[in-house]
Every structure is written in structure tokens, then in C-alpha cells.
Write a protein that binds this ligand. Structure first.
Ligand code: NAD
Ligand code: TDX
Length: 338
């Protein structure tokens, strides 16, 4: 199979490429990534000499490039996105450009290719945030939950999902979508809560908890997410969405306490900071459909995954110390005033 992975130099995409080439070594993979602040080729330094892997620097918004790349493909897996909610609150222009216009560009390229050879498949990576926010005792989201995005990030992801489905209904482009909960694991950019807190604590810096830490997220280890995407690609029904949840809902406060305890630090390292505007209270995903139709379920226990992730950041300090300087530092100061 010949696959175009977009955003493969980011956190989940790079883990996906490593996962896929290990499991399907005969497949060939092209990674199209614009190398924004979040894209890092060091994430794939162990893969770069694999003869079945090729990197192309470019944007998913580039019509001509997308058209050229898709001509002899079997599959596109679209991970490329602006992915950080706080950045979307500061300025959402790039979110609309990449997440919406970029997805349209890829869909159009896939449509033109599939019209000719009738085989190109499009898998789109989405998020649970498109469903909005749950109350404390609401049932978790599932595939029938109406979309109700509430941040500029989730609004841009929802718009992209609607376009993907529109290409299925209008042009019969063979698509699938996965809506996943919060990922964690190696190579995650240290602006998201888990790698931010681990790397701050490794540097003996305080960790900024928004509001009172009462918000709830459903955590999934990145390899479990990628195994779910694999199952959808191999066995999912065309035109369908699948929710991939982690079965690990936790308040941010409980998550913080776990990180502190696994790293041998005390609660004095917490700094309560101003809450995120419009902060969604709770995400949770019901993955019954993926379990029943695909035989998929998350395999990694949260405590084990978190310990493994902490160990990875401890053992790869050069990776994140390079990142936590320059542009990142400016962003961090703007965000937390530290
Ligand atoms: P990330 O920010 O780590 O990586 C995004 C990658 O996309 C980077 O390599 C970046 O360079 C690339 N990119 C950005 N704009 C591009 C463009 N115009 N053209 C080509 N490449 C571009 O993000 P991530 O956390 O790995 O998320 C990957 C996908 O999964 C996103 O679509 C995100 O919405 C979705 N998702 C993420 C999570 C999570 O918890 N991180 C959860 C559910 C869904
Ligand atoms: O410093 C922080 N302090 C804090 O309390 C940060 C960065 C976050 N938080 C809180 C906000 C959220 O309640 O932690 C929770 C998780 O925040 P993020 O790591 O920024 O993730 P979230 O906003 O939940 O979105 C993530 O999950 C869904 C990804 O970034 C998205 O790409 C994905 O779609």
C-alpha cells in the first residue's frame, strides 16, 4: 500500500509512522509536513533511512503539491493541523487555513485522483472536542452526539469533519473519520499539559493549573490511538466515524497529583493560574462502536502509560530542551508570565 501521511513530523503523526512501518514494513509512506513550530524531524530520526519512507516539506494547503502527491496513492491519513487550543484562542487564523482550507485541498486532490483510478481512500483525524463539553453526570459522547464546538480550534476541526463527510455524500469519496480523546506519550510538544508539567518539573519549575483543576479529560496512550486508526483503515465502514476513547477520565487536579507523585514532587510545585476562556468542563468518549465493529479497545493502563511517558522525557532531555527555548519561550511567557 502507498500512503500519504500529513503532519507526520508532529506528535501523533510521527508515532503513527513508526507504528505503521513496524507493523507493515512492505508499505511505502510519504510524510508531508510544513514543519511549523510543532513539526520536528528529530521525532523520526530512527526512521529517516528506511527505504520505504520519504519526507516532503510542504503545506497541505498547496493545491499543486497535493495534486502531484496523490496521483498513485492508496490512502491519505490526514493528521496535519494546528492542534493547541490556547494558541487558537490567541489567534485562530492558521487554524482556519490549515485545518479547514488544508483539508479541503487534500479532499479535492483525493477526489481528482480517485475519479481516475477509483481507489484512493481518505482517513481524517479528528477530536472529541467537536462534540462540545459534558456536564459532570452526562453520558460520554458517541458517534451520534451532535457537533457543538466551542473553541476556535474545535470549530476549525468540526468544519473540516463536515467537509470530509460532504465529500463522501456528494462525490462518494471513500472516507472515514476518527474522533479521539486526549493523547499522551513520547514526542508530544511540551505545550500540552502532560509534557509541559513533566518537563517543567524536570527543570524544577512550577506547573500552571488552570482555574481550580476541576476540568476532566479522557486520556489515551498515543499507540492505542494509532492502533484504532489502523483498525478503522483496515476494517472500518466507509463514510463512518469512530470514537476512540481512552477509558481514563481524570480531573486535571488528579492528573497533576499523579504526575507529582510519580516524579517525587510535592503539591507546592502547583501554581493556580487564570482559567482558559471558554474552558470545556469535561470530555469523555464511548468507544462501543469501535469495540463492536473493529474489535478495538485501548490497551494501555493510564498509570503505566504515564510512568512510561515520564521516563521518556527523563531520558530524552536534549529533545525537549531544544524546543523549550526560542519561539516556545516567548509563547510560554505570554501565556503564563513566567
Ligand atoms: P502536533 O501539533 O504535534 O502536530 C501537527 C503537525 O502538523 C506538525 O508536524 C506540523 O508541522 C504539521 N502541520 C501544521 N500545519 C501544516 C500544514 N499546513 N501542512 C502540513 N503540515 C502541517 O499535533 P498532534 O497532537 O500530533 O495532533 C495530530 C492530529 O490529531 C491533529 O489533527 C489533531 O487535531 C488531532 N488530535 C490530537 C489530539 C491530541 O491530544 N494531541 C487528540 C485528538 C485529535
Ligand atoms: O498549562 C496547562 N494547564 C492546564 O491546567 C495546560 C496547557 C492545560 N491545562 C488544562 C486545560 C485542559 O483542561 O489541561 C487540560 C488539557 O489541556 P491541553 O493539554 O491543552 O489539551 P486540550 O485543550 O484538552 O486539547 C487536547 O486534546 C484534544 C489537544 O491539544 C487537542 O489537539 C485535541 O484535539
Amino acid at each position: 500500500m502507498k500512503i500519504l501521511v500529513t503532519g507526520g513530523a508532529g506528535f501523533i503523526g510521527s508515532n503513527f509512522i513508526r507504528y505503521w512501518l513496524k507493523k507493515y514494513p512492505a508499505d511505502s509512506l510519504v510524510n508531508l509536513d510544513a514543519l511549523t513550530y510543532a513539526g520536528n524531524l528529530e521525532n523520526l530520526s530512527d526512521i529517516e533511512n528506511n527505504k520505504n519512507y520519504k519526507f516532503i516539506k510542504g503545506s497541505i494547503c498547496d493545491d499543486n503539491l497535493a495534486y502531484d502527491l496523490v496521483q498513485d496513492l492508496d490512502l491519505i491519513v490526514n493528521f496535519a493541523a494546528e492542534s493547541h487550543v490556547d494558541r487558537s484562542i490567541m489567534d485562530c487564523r492558521d487554524f482556519i487555513t490549515t485545518n479547514v482550507e488544508g483539508t479541503r485541498t487534500l479532499l479535492e486532490a483525493a477526489k481528482s485522483a480517485s475519479r481516475r483510478n477509483g481507489k484512493i481512500r481518505f482517513h481524517h483525524i479528528s477530536t472529541d472536542e467537536v462534540f462540545g463539553s459534558l456536564g459532570p453526570s452526562d453520558k460520554p459522547f458517541n458517534e451520534t452526539t451532535p457537533y457543538d464546538p466551542r473553541s476556535p480550534y474545535s470549530a476549525s476541526k468540526a468544519a473540516a469533519d463536515h467537509l470530509v463527510r460532504a465529500y463522501w455524500h456528494t462525490y462518494e469519496l471513500p472516507i472515514t473519520i476518527s474522533n479521539c480523546s486526549n493523547n499522551y506519550g513520547p514526542y508530544q510538544f511540551p505545550e500540552k499539559i502532560i509534557p509541559l508539567f513533566i518537563t517543567n518539573l524536570l527543570a524544577n519549575k512550577k506547573i500552571p493549573v488552570y482555574g481550580q483543576g476541576k476540568n476532566i479529560r479522557d486520556w489515551i496512550y498515543v499507540d492505542d490511538h494509532n492502533a484504532g486508526v489502523d483498525a478503522i483503515i483496515k476494517r472500518g465502514r466507509l463514510g463512518q466515524s469512530y470514537c476512540l476513547g481512552g477509558n481514563s477520565e481524570l480531573t486535571n487536579f488528579k492528573l497533576t497529583k499523579k504526575i507529582l507523585s510519580f516524579m517525587g514532587k510535592g503539591e507546592d510545585m502547583i501554581e493556580y493560574v487564570t482559567d482558559r476562556p471558554g474552558h470545556d468542563l469535561r470530555y469523555g468518549l464511548d468507544f462501543t462502536k469501535a469495540k463492536n465493529e473493529l474489535g478495538w479497545r485501548p490497551a494501555v493502563n493510564f498509570n503505566d502509560g504515564l510512568k512510561k511517558t515520564i521516563a521518556w522525557y527523563k531520558n530524552n532531555q536534549a529533545w525537549w530542551q531544544n524546543i523549550k527555548s526560542g519561539e516556545y519561550l516567548e509563547y510560554y511567557k505570554k501565556q503564563y508570565g513566567q
